[in-house]
Design a protein around this ligand. Sequence first.
Ligand code: SIN
Length: 480
Amino acid sequence: MKIDLLKTEAFVNGKWVKAASGKTFNVTNPANGEVIAAVPDMDRSDVKKAIDAADAAWPQYRDLTAKERSALLRNWFNLMLEHRDELAYLMTIESGKVITESQGEVTYGASFVEWFAEEAKRTYGDVIPPHTKDRRLVVIKQSVGVAAAITPWNFPLAMITRKVAPAVAAGCPVVVKPPSETPLTGLAIASLAEKAGFPPGIYNTITSAQSSETGKEFCENPKVRKLSFTGSTPVGKTLMQQCAPTLKKLSLELGGNAPFLVFEDADIAAAVKGALVSKFRHNGQTCVCVNRILVQETVYDEFVEKFTKAVLALKTGNVLEKDVQVGPLISEKALEKVQRHIDDAVSKGAHITTGGRHLEGLFFQPTVLTEATPEMIIAREEVFGPVAPIFRFRSEEEGIRMANDTEYGLAAYFYSRDVARCWRVAEALEYGMVGINEGLISTEVAPFGGIKESGFGREGSKYGMDYFMEIKYLCFGEIK
Ligand code: SIN
């Protein structure tokens, strides 16, 4: 496929640029190890230039009307959909995501742009009944200023748009750092933002393999007023510490350890389907993928049998073929983690009912482990791969206790046909998002985010723009 959107320079202040040092790093295809392209390996000084450009562009941009900002986003949205197949292809070759999921991600990612094009026009303030006769009290909302976005490799497009769209809708210039594994999709959508007509300095994308150095510049530079990060909990904690001296506004969407409970009154066929889509989305490499399947003991054997059969039927292979459902893992490190979790579980008594083996390259068989217990590493750590451990619980209370027994609190799922139980369990689960008889819950119209050590802040939905706006209170006196 000819890829017109393949860019090998960074985009700063409306121009395509190299790293000041001239250094580059390679982007490789995880499905076959081939080098796709080399992009600039920027350092702190390059990042600083991008931040300066964004800051200089802010005053003019924030003064655009909401309708004008909305129109830019609408153009960008239309361009993404027009280039859906090309973007999906690029995403698949750099991330290993199967092509149908990549196409879905372009639509999903673009949906945030459309949503915030609409929300841009609805950032209403308030008029407050005054406390004295001669005053009038008003609340307005204003853009926070330069926003930095650090995004992950598992969603090369949607995690950018979910941050950038509300930021630019609110009137904030952005500096995006896509991950070193998948910068090409990020650069491709930057080129569409250029085409959409964003003024120079408003949309900047830097590329770098020096993540901790560039991250430090984002955190320590006082011109950056907001940092939005999606990634691991340890990195999120480091960024938070580094942002403390400048008291930056932060949104952190971090790791998860999603439980998936199946109660004895569940529709088992529906639960199997829900667990399958949630567990094996992008080969288990999303923050909201099921990490622990907890099944009530009376339906344990039935669930295991049906789920194993469904996993066995998953097709692994060439990620560019439409019927392939499972691709490679992102890296050797990811592969080693999957193997380590399986070895640990098996050494502690788990049984493998399907899978369990490394295939070639970065491919691993979709795997089901039964008789999983809380002592296993997989009960505590996010596996981020195609391994589904199945635990047993006896009562509703025990199921909830096991589900909440983690420092994470991003997404949880459960299946039950008892309405009262649905309410009880939904309220008792300590998570930012809960799927009830549903395994896929992400959408631009609902708030995405976690609690506990899964971070804070919400993306998408009517709440998403609040994180890029300041509330200002105006008190008018002498009104006689
Ligand atoms: C993530 O894995 O961080 C995002 C998943 C989603 O948006 O559904």
